[in-house]
Design a protein around this ligand. Sequence first.
Ligand code: ADP
Length: 435
Amino acid sequence: MKTSYLKMPEMRPFWYFLPLAIVVLGINSFYLEPIWIVISAGIFIVMGSIILLNGVRIARLNGEIKIERNELGSIMANLLDGLIAYDQNFRIVMINKAAEQVTGVVAADVIGKMMTPEYAKDAKFTVLTQILYPSIAPSVVRRSEGGAYPQVVDMSFTNPTTELRITTDRIVDPNGVLLGFVKIIHNRTREVSMLKSKSEFIEVAAHQLRTPLTSINWIFESLAKETMPESQKEMVDMGVMAASNILKTVNDLLDVSQIEEGRYGYKFQDMDINVFAEQVLSEIMPYAQEMGIKLYLKKSANPIPVSIDPQKLGIVLSNLVSNAIKYNIENGEVTVEIEQQVEKPYVEMSIRDTGIGIPAEEMQRLFTKFFRADNAQKTVADGTGLGLYITKNIVRRHGGDIWAESQLNRGSVFHITIPTDPTLIPPQEMSFSEE
Ligand code: ADP
Protein backbone atom coordinates (compact mmCIF):
# COMPACT_ATOMS: atom_id res chain seq x y z
CA MET A 1 0.00 0.00 0.00
CA LYS A 2 2.73 2.45 1.04
CA THR A 3 4.76 1.96 -2.18
CA SER A 4 1.75 2.98 -4.19
CA TYR A 5 1.50 6.17 -2.11
CA LEU A 6 5.14 6.94 -2.97
CA LYS A 7 4.27 6.99 -6.67
CA MET A 8 1.64 9.66 -6.05
CA PRO A 9 2.15 13.25 -7.26
CA GLU A 10 2.47 14.44 -3.63
CA MET A 11 5.93 12.77 -3.58
CA ARG A 12 7.21 14.91 -6.46
CA PRO A 13 8.70 17.70 -4.25
CA PHE A 14 10.98 15.09 -2.67
CA TRP A 15 12.29 13.80 -6.02
CA TYR A 16 12.86 17.40 -7.24
CA PHE A 17 14.68 18.21 -4.00
CA LEU A 18 17.00 15.16 -4.09
CA PRO A 19 19.06 16.02 -7.25
CA LEU A 20 19.16 19.66 -6.14
CA ALA A 21 20.57 18.59 -2.76
CA ILE A 22 23.17 16.32 -4.45
CA VAL A 23 24.29 19.09 -6.85
CA VAL A 24 24.56 21.71 -4.05
CA LEU A 25 26.45 19.25 -1.83
CA GLY A 26 28.79 18.44 -4.75
CA ILE A 27 29.52 22.15 -5.29
CA ASN A 28 29.94 22.65 -1.52
CA SER A 29 32.51 19.85 -1.35
CA PHE A 30 34.76 21.90 -3.66
CA TYR A 31 34.46 25.21 -1.84
CA LEU A 32 33.71 24.51 1.84
CA GLU A 33 35.69 23.10 4.70
CA PRO A 34 34.69 19.53 5.78
CA ILE A 35 32.83 20.78 8.90
CA TRP A 36 30.54 23.03 6.75
CA ILE A 37 30.03 20.22 4.28
CA VAL A 38 28.84 18.01 7.16
CA ILE A 39 26.60 20.80 8.52
CA SER A 40 25.01 21.55 5.12
CA ALA A 41 24.57 17.80 4.46
CA GLY A 42 22.85 17.60 7.85
CA ILE A 43 20.55 20.50 6.92
CA PHE A 44 19.70 18.83 3.59
CA ILE A 45 19.00 15.51 5.33
CA VAL A 46 16.65 17.21 7.82
CA MET A 47 14.88 19.16 5.02
CA GLY A 48 14.68 16.03 2.86
CA SER A 49 13.19 14.05 5.77
CA ILE A 50 10.60 16.76 6.44
CA ILE A 51 9.61 16.87 2.75
CA LEU A 52 9.51 13.05 2.59
CA LEU A 53 7.38 12.71 5.76
CA ASN A 54 5.02 15.46 4.63
CA GLY A 55 4.68 13.84 1.26
CA VAL A 56 3.87 10.47 2.83
CA ARG A 57 1.31 12.13 5.16
CA ILE A 58 -0.39 14.04 2.32
CA ALA A 59 -0.40 10.88 0.18
CA ARG A 60 -2.05 8.93 2.99
CA LEU A 61 -4.66 11.68 3.57
CA ASN A 62 -5.33 11.81 -0.16
CA GLY A 63 -5.84 8.07 -0.18
CA GLU A 64 -8.34 8.36 2.67
CA ILE A 65 -10.15 11.24 0.94
CA LYS A 66 -10.36 9.17 -2.25
CA ILE A 67 -11.85 6.23 -0.34
CA GLU A 68 -14.35 8.53 1.41
CA ARG A 69 -15.21 10.23 -1.88
CA ASN A 70 -15.82 6.84 -3.50
CA GLU A 71 -18.00 5.77 -0.55
CA LEU A 72 -19.94 9.04 -0.70
CA GLY A 73 -20.23 8.68 -4.46
CA SER A 74 -21.67 5.19 -4.21
CA ILE A 75 -24.05 6.24 -1.37
CA MET A 76 -25.31 9.17 -3.48
CA ALA A 77 -25.55 7.03 -6.61
CA ASN A 78 -27.61 4.39 -4.80
CA LEU A 79 -29.84 6.76 -2.84
CA LEU A 80 -33.54 6.14 -3.47
CA ASP A 81 -34.10 9.91 -3.38
CA GLY A 82 -32.88 12.05 -6.24
CA LEU A 83 -29.96 14.40 -5.58
CA ILE A 84 -28.95 17.38 -7.71
CA ALA A 85 -26.15 19.78 -6.78
CA TYR A 86 -25.58 23.02 -8.69
CA ASP A 87 -23.65 26.24 -8.26
CA GLN A 88 -25.00 29.78 -7.89
CA ASN A 89 -25.23 30.09 -11.69
CA PHE A 90 -27.41 26.97 -11.84
CA ARG A 91 -24.53 25.00 -13.40
CA ILE A 92 -25.17 21.32 -12.61
CA VAL A 93 -22.32 19.84 -10.60
CA MET A 94 -23.79 16.47 -9.70
CA ILE A 95 -26.93 14.46 -10.43
CA ASN A 96 -27.50 10.92 -9.16
CA LYS A 97 -29.27 7.96 -10.75
CA ALA A 98 -32.60 8.51 -8.95
CA ALA A 99 -32.66 12.16 -10.08
CA GLU A 100 -31.86 11.07 -13.65
CA GLN A 101 -34.84 8.69 -13.55
CA VAL A 102 -37.29 11.19 -12.14
CA THR A 103 -36.25 14.04 -14.46
CA GLY A 104 -35.67 11.84 -17.53
CA VAL A 105 -32.23 13.37 -18.25
CA VAL A 106 -28.86 11.69 -18.65
CA ALA A 107 -26.12 12.98 -16.32
CA ALA A 108 -23.63 13.38 -19.19
CA ASP A 109 -26.06 15.77 -20.97
CA VAL A 110 -26.43 18.14 -18.04
CA ILE A 111 -23.28 18.04 -15.89
CA GLY A 112 -21.50 21.37 -16.34
CA LYS A 113 -24.51 22.89 -18.13
CA MET A 114 -25.85 26.25 -16.92
CA MET A 115 -29.57 25.55 -16.68
CA THR A 116 -31.62 28.68 -17.46
CA PRO A 117 -35.45 28.72 -17.33
CA GLU A 118 -35.31 28.69 -21.17
CA TYR A 119 -34.42 24.98 -21.07
CA ALA A 120 -38.01 24.24 -19.93
CA LYS A 121 -39.07 24.67 -23.60
CA ASP A 122 -36.98 21.63 -24.55
CA ALA A 123 -39.12 18.60 -23.59
CA LYS A 124 -35.93 16.70 -22.69
CA PHE A 125 -35.14 19.16 -19.88
CA THR A 126 -38.62 20.40 -18.85
CA VAL A 127 -38.95 18.48 -15.57
CA LEU A 128 -35.36 19.18 -14.49
CA THR A 129 -35.75 22.91 -15.24
CA GLN A 130 -39.05 23.08 -13.34
CA ILE A 131 -37.45 21.37 -10.36
CA LEU A 132 -34.63 23.93 -10.46
CA TYR A 133 -37.08 26.83 -10.93
CA PRO A 134 -40.29 25.90 -9.04
CA SER A 135 -41.90 29.21 -10.08
CA ILE A 136 -42.29 27.88 -13.65
CA ALA A 137 -43.68 24.49 -12.56
CA PRO A 138 -47.41 23.94 -13.17
CA SER A 139 -48.48 22.84 -9.66
CA VAL A 140 -46.43 23.77 -6.62
CA VAL A 141 -47.35 23.89 -2.95
CA ARG A 142 -44.87 25.49 -0.57
CA ARG A 143 -44.36 23.50 2.65
CA SER A 144 -41.86 25.78 4.39
CA GLU A 145 -41.60 29.49 5.04
CA GLY A 146 -40.39 31.55 2.08
CA GLY A 147 -36.71 32.56 2.22
CA ALA A 148 -35.80 30.13 5.02
CA TYR A 149 -33.59 27.09 4.33
CA PRO A 150 -34.12 24.20 3.83
CA GLN A 151 -36.99 25.07 1.50
CA VAL A 152 -39.59 22.38 0.96
CA VAL A 153 -42.09 22.33 -1.91
CA ASP A 154 -44.47 19.71 -3.27
CA MET A 155 -44.71 19.48 -7.06
CA SER A 156 -47.27 17.56 -9.07
CA PHE A 157 -46.87 16.49 -12.70
CA THR A 158 -49.34 14.81 -15.03
CA ASN A 159 -48.60 12.30 -17.82
CA PRO A 160 -47.43 10.31 -15.98
CA THR A 161 -48.85 11.38 -12.62
CA THR A 162 -45.87 12.17 -10.39
CA GLU A 163 -45.86 13.71 -6.92
CA LEU A 164 -42.51 15.03 -5.75
CA ARG A 165 -41.40 16.59 -2.48
CA ILE A 166 -38.33 18.71 -3.14
CA THR A 167 -36.06 19.94 -0.38
CA THR A 168 -33.54 22.62 -1.33
CA ASP A 169 -30.61 23.53 0.89
CA ARG A 170 -27.61 25.79 0.53
CA ILE A 171 -24.05 24.47 0.20
CA VAL A 172 -21.71 26.77 2.14
CA ASP A 173 -18.00 26.59 2.88
CA PRO A 174 -16.71 26.61 6.52
CA ASN A 175 -16.67 30.44 6.40
CA GLY A 176 -20.31 30.57 5.42
CA VAL A 177 -19.65 31.58 1.79
CA LEU A 178 -22.39 30.28 -0.52
CA LEU A 179 -21.04 27.73 -3.00
CA GLY A 180 -24.28 26.43 -4.48
CA PHE A 181 -27.39 24.44 -3.72
CA VAL A 182 -28.45 20.85 -3.34
CA LYS A 183 -31.92 19.51 -4.10
CA ILE A 184 -33.25 16.26 -2.63
CA ILE A 185 -36.14 14.88 -4.66
CA HIS A 186 -38.45 12.46 -2.87
CA ASN A 187 -40.90 10.67 -5.14
CA ARG A 188 -44.18 10.46 -3.17
CA THR A 189 -46.40 9.25 -6.01
CA ARG A 190 -47.18 5.92 -4.30
CA GLU A 191 -47.70 7.51 -0.85
CA VAL A 192 -50.07 10.13 -2.28
CA SER A 193 -52.06 7.61 -4.28
CA MET A 194 -52.40 5.36 -1.20
CA LEU A 195 -53.56 8.31 0.92
CA LYS A 196 -55.99 9.23 -1.83
CA SER A 197 -57.51 5.78 -2.10
CA LYS A 198 -57.78 5.57 1.71
CA SER A 199 -59.53 8.95 1.82
CA GLU A 200 -61.78 7.98 -1.08
CA PHE A 201 -62.79 4.79 0.70
CA ILE A 202 -63.63 6.69 3.91
CA GLU A 203 -65.49 9.31 1.93
CA VAL A 204 -67.61 6.82 -0.02
CA ALA A 205 -68.35 4.80 3.14
CA ALA A 206 -69.26 7.96 5.08
CA HIS A 207 -71.50 9.20 2.25
CA GLN A 208 -73.30 5.86 2.11
CA LEU A 209 -73.83 5.91 5.87
CA ARG A 210 -74.92 9.52 6.11
CA THR A 211 -78.28 9.23 4.31
CA PRO A 212 -79.71 6.31 6.34
CA LEU A 213 -78.27 7.76 9.54
CA THR A 214 -79.93 11.12 8.92
CA SER A 215 -83.27 9.28 8.54
CA ILE A 216 -82.70 7.25 11.74
CA ASN A 217 -81.78 10.43 13.60
CA TRP A 218 -84.89 12.19 12.31
CA ILE A 219 -87.13 9.21 13.26
CA PHE A 220 -85.76 9.13 16.82
CA GLU A 221 -86.13 12.90 17.20
CA SER A 222 -89.75 12.75 15.99
CA LEU A 223 -90.46 9.81 18.31
CA ALA A 224 -89.00 11.68 21.28
CA LYS A 225 -91.63 14.39 20.83
CA GLU A 226 -94.48 11.87 21.20
CA THR A 227 -96.05 11.10 24.58
CA MET A 228 -95.18 7.64 25.82
CA PRO A 229 -94.54 5.68 29.02
CA GLU A 230 -91.37 6.67 30.93
CA SER A 231 -89.58 3.34 30.23
CA GLN A 232 -90.03 3.75 26.47
CA LYS A 233 -89.07 7.44 26.61
CA GLU A 234 -85.73 6.50 28.15
CA MET A 235 -84.99 4.11 25.31
CA VAL A 236 -86.01 6.64 22.65
CA ASP A 237 -83.78 9.29 24.30
CA MET A 238 -80.87 6.84 24.16
CA GLY A 239 -81.68 6.26 20.49
CA VAL A 240 -81.65 10.04 19.81
CA MET A 241 -78.25 10.33 21.49
CA ALA A 242 -76.71 7.32 19.70
CA ALA A 243 -78.01 8.36 16.27
CA SER A 244 -76.75 11.93 16.62
CA ASN A 245 -73.35 10.68 17.83
CA ILE A 246 -72.90 8.35 14.86
CA LEU A 247 -74.00 11.11 12.50
CA LYS A 248 -71.42 13.46 14.06
CA THR A 249 -68.68 10.83 13.68
CA VAL A 250 -69.57 10.24 10.05
CA ASN A 251 -69.63 13.98 9.31
CA ASP A 252 -66.27 14.44 11.08
CA LEU A 253 -64.77 11.57 9.05
CA LEU A 254 -66.00 13.20 5.84
CA ASP A 255 -64.42 16.51 6.89
CA VAL A 256 -61.11 14.79 7.72
CA SER A 257 -60.90 12.98 4.39
CA GLN A 258 -61.65 16.19 2.48
CA ILE A 259 -59.10 18.15 4.54
CA GLU A 260 -56.42 15.51 3.95
CA GLU A 261 -57.04 15.56 0.22
CA GLY A 262 -56.82 19.36 0.16
CA ARG A 263 -60.35 19.86 -1.15
CA TYR A 264 -62.28 21.08 1.89
CA GLY A 265 -63.23 24.12 -0.19
CA TYR A 266 -62.70 27.49 1.50
CA LYS A 267 -64.55 30.72 0.67
CA PHE A 268 -62.85 33.71 2.24
CA GLN A 269 -64.64 36.97 2.95
CA ASP A 270 -63.83 40.13 4.90
CA MET A 271 -65.59 40.70 8.22
CA ASP A 272 -65.08 42.01 11.75
CA ILE A 273 -63.92 39.13 13.96
CA ASN A 274 -66.15 40.44 16.81
CA VAL A 275 -69.28 40.21 14.65
CA PHE A 276 -68.25 36.70 13.59
CA ALA A 277 -67.74 35.54 17.22
CA GLU A 278 -71.07 37.09 18.29
CA GLN A 279 -72.91 35.11 15.58
CA VAL A 280 -71.27 31.80 16.52
CA LEU A 281 -71.83 32.27 20.26
CA SER A 282 -75.51 33.18 19.77
CA GLU A 283 -75.97 29.79 18.07
CA ILE A 284 -74.23 27.94 20.88
CA MET A 285 -75.85 29.85 23.76
CA PRO A 286 -78.87 27.47 24.07
CA TYR A 287 -76.46 24.52 24.53
CA ALA A 288 -74.57 26.42 27.26
CA GLN A 289 -77.86 27.21 29.03
CA GLU A 290 -79.02 23.61 28.77
CA MET A 291 -75.72 22.50 30.37
CA GLY A 292 -75.94 25.21 33.08
CA ILE A 293 -72.72 26.92 31.95
CA LYS A 294 -72.30 30.72 31.85
CA LEU A 295 -70.92 31.87 28.50
CA TYR A 296 -69.25 35.31 28.14
CA LEU A 297 -67.81 37.16 25.15
CA LYS A 298 -65.16 39.86 25.71
CA LYS A 299 -64.91 41.70 22.41
CA SER A 300 -61.90 43.79 21.37
CA ALA A 301 -62.07 47.56 21.98
CA ASN A 302 -62.21 48.27 18.22
CA PRO A 303 -63.49 46.28 15.25
CA ILE A 304 -60.79 43.99 13.80
CA PRO A 305 -61.32 43.24 10.10
CA VAL A 306 -60.07 39.82 9.00
CA SER A 307 -60.35 37.67 5.90
CA ILE A 308 -61.93 34.35 6.93
CA ASP A 309 -64.21 31.58 5.77
CA PRO A 310 -66.99 32.21 8.36
CA GLN A 311 -68.52 28.75 7.90
CA LYS A 312 -65.20 26.91 8.41
CA LEU A 313 -63.93 29.20 11.18
CA GLY A 314 -67.41 28.81 12.70
CA ILE A 315 -66.66 25.06 13.00
CA VAL A 316 -63.44 26.01 14.85
CA LEU A 317 -65.05 28.36 17.35
CA SER A 318 -68.08 26.18 17.97
CA ASN A 319 -65.81 23.09 18.45
CA LEU A 320 -63.67 24.94 21.00
CA VAL A 321 -66.62 26.51 22.85
CA SER A 322 -68.67 23.30 22.91
CA ASN A 323 -65.62 21.41 24.25
CA ALA A 324 -65.23 24.12 26.92
CA ILE A 325 -68.90 23.60 27.86
CA LYS A 326 -68.84 19.79 27.57
CA TYR A 327 -65.67 19.30 29.66
CA ASN A 328 -66.72 21.83 32.32
CA ILE A 329 -67.94 21.40 35.87
CA GLU A 330 -71.43 22.06 37.17
CA ASN A 331 -72.24 25.83 37.09
CA GLY A 332 -68.93 26.42 35.35
CA GLU A 333 -67.97 29.35 33.12
CA VAL A 334 -66.63 29.81 29.60
CA THR A 335 -65.12 33.10 28.43
CA VAL A 336 -64.23 33.91 24.86
CA GLU A 337 -61.86 36.88 24.58
CA ILE A 338 -60.76 38.68 21.42
CA GLU A 339 -57.63 40.83 21.35
CA GLN A 340 -55.35 42.36 18.72
CA GLN A 341 -51.82 41.02 19.33
CA VAL A 342 -49.35 43.76 20.27
CA GLU A 343 -47.32 44.88 17.24
CA LYS A 344 -48.14 41.68 15.36
CA PRO A 345 -50.50 41.28 12.39
CA TYR A 346 -52.67 38.74 14.21
CA VAL A 347 -55.85 38.74 16.25
CA GLU A 348 -55.90 36.28 19.14
CA MET A 349 -59.02 34.55 20.34
CA SER A 350 -58.84 32.67 23.63
CA ILE A 351 -61.47 30.27 24.96
CA ARG A 352 -61.11 29.84 28.72
CA ASP A 353 -63.05 27.32 30.83
CA THR A 354 -63.29 26.25 34.46
CA GLY A 355 -63.46 22.55 33.56
CA ILE A 356 -61.75 19.22 34.12
CA GLY A 357 -58.50 20.20 32.37
CA ILE A 358 -56.20 17.99 30.30
CA PRO A 359 -53.55 15.70 31.87
CA ALA A 360 -50.08 17.22 31.26
CA GLU A 361 -48.67 13.97 29.84
CA GLU A 362 -51.40 13.88 27.18
CA MET A 363 -51.09 17.50 26.03
CA GLN A 364 -48.75 16.73 23.10
CA ARG A 365 -51.34 14.45 21.49
CA LEU A 366 -54.12 17.03 21.83
CA PHE A 367 -54.42 17.92 18.14
CA THR A 368 -53.88 14.43 16.70
CA LYS A 369 -56.61 12.29 15.16
CA PHE A 370 -58.89 10.29 17.51
CA PHE A 371 -57.25 11.66 20.68
CA ARG A 372 -59.47 11.59 23.78
CA ALA A 373 -57.88 12.16 27.19
CA ASP A 374 -58.49 9.58 29.93
CA ASN A 375 -60.32 12.03 32.23
CA ALA A 376 -62.58 13.21 29.38
CA GLN A 377 -63.57 9.67 28.42
CA LYS A 378 -64.60 9.03 32.03
CA THR A 379 -66.75 12.16 32.33
CA VAL A 380 -68.17 12.48 28.78
CA ALA A 381 -68.82 9.17 27.07
CA ASP A 382 -69.46 10.47 23.57
CA GLY A 383 -66.87 12.19 21.41
CA THR A 384 -64.98 11.42 18.22
CA GLY A 385 -61.55 12.85 19.02
CA LEU A 386 -61.58 14.43 15.55
CA GLY A 387 -62.79 17.93 16.45
CA LEU A 388 -59.42 19.42 17.45
CA TYR A 389 -57.65 17.83 14.46
CA ILE A 390 -60.18 19.45 12.11
CA THR A 391 -59.95 22.69 14.10
CA LYS A 392 -56.15 22.85 13.83
CA ASN A 393 -56.27 22.30 10.07
CA ILE A 394 -58.85 25.03 9.51
CA VAL A 395 -56.82 27.49 11.62
CA ARG A 396 -53.63 26.62 9.68
CA ARG A 397 -55.46 27.14 6.38
CA HIS A 398 -56.31 30.65 7.61
CA GLY A 399 -52.58 31.30 8.22
CA GLY A 400 -53.02 31.14 11.99
CA ASP A 401 -51.92 28.95 14.84
CA ILE A 402 -53.52 27.09 17.76
CA TRP A 403 -52.20 26.03 21.14
CA ALA A 404 -53.56 25.22 24.60
CA GLU A 405 -52.69 25.56 28.27
CA SER A 406 -54.38 23.48 30.91
CA GLN A 407 -54.36 22.60 34.58
CA LEU A 408 -55.97 19.37 35.67
CA ASN A 409 -59.28 20.01 37.51
CA ARG A 410 -58.75 23.78 37.19
CA GLY A 411 -59.54 24.49 33.55
CA SER A 412 -58.10 24.99 30.08
CA VAL A 413 -57.43 27.88 27.71
CA PHE A 414 -57.32 27.34 23.95
CA HIS A 415 -55.72 30.13 21.92
CA ILE A 416 -56.08 30.68 18.20
CA THR A 417 -54.51 33.38 16.06
CA ILE A 418 -55.85 34.64 12.73
CA PRO A 419 -53.82 37.03 10.54
CA THR A 420 -55.11 40.56 10.11
CA ASP A 421 -52.87 40.87 7.05
CA PRO A 422 -54.44 38.78 4.25
CA THR A 423 -51.03 38.22 2.59
CA LEU A 424 -50.23 35.87 5.50
CA ILE A 425 -53.00 33.50 4.40
CA PRO A 426 -51.58 30.52 2.42
CA PRO A 427 -52.38 31.03 -1.28
CA GLN A 428 -53.94 27.62 -1.73
CA GLU A 429 -55.30 24.65 0.19
CA MET A 430 -52.75 21.90 0.70
CA SER A 431 -53.24 18.19 0.77
CA PHE A 432 -52.32 17.32 4.29
CA SER A 433 -50.49 14.48 5.96
CA GLU A 434 -50.36 14.33 9.74
CA GLU A 435 -47.24 16.02 11.20
P1 ADP B 1 -64.08 15.11 21.29
O1 ADP B 1 -64.48 16.29 22.10
O2 ADP B 1 -65.09 14.71 20.28
O3 ADP B 1 -63.56 13.97 22.10
P2 ADP B 1 -61.97 16.82 20.30
O4 ADP B 1 -61.00 16.58 19.20
O5 ADP B 1 -62.80 18.04 20.21
O6 ADP B 1 -62.84 15.52 20.35
O7 ADP B 1 -61.17 16.85 21.66
C1 ADP B 1 -60.21 15.86 21.88
C2 ADP B 1 -59.97 15.66 23.35
O8 ADP B 1 -59.32 16.81 23.89
C3 ADP B 1 -61.21 15.51 24.18
O9 ADP B 1 -61.69 14.19 24.16
C4 ADP B 1 -60.70 15.91 25.56
O10 ADP B 1 -59.95 14.86 26.12
C5 ADP B 1 -59.71 17.01 25.24
N1 ADP B 1 -60.30 18.36 25.36
C6 ADP B 1 -60.63 19.18 24.36
N2 ADP B 1 -61.08 20.36 24.82
C7 ADP B 1 -61.07 20.27 26.18
C8 ADP B 1 -61.39 21.16 27.24
N3 ADP B 1 -61.86 22.39 27.01
N4 ADP B 1 -61.20 20.72 28.51
C9 ADP B 1 -60.71 19.49 28.75
N5 ADP B 1 -60.37 18.60 27.79
C10 ADP B 1 -60.54 18.98 26.52
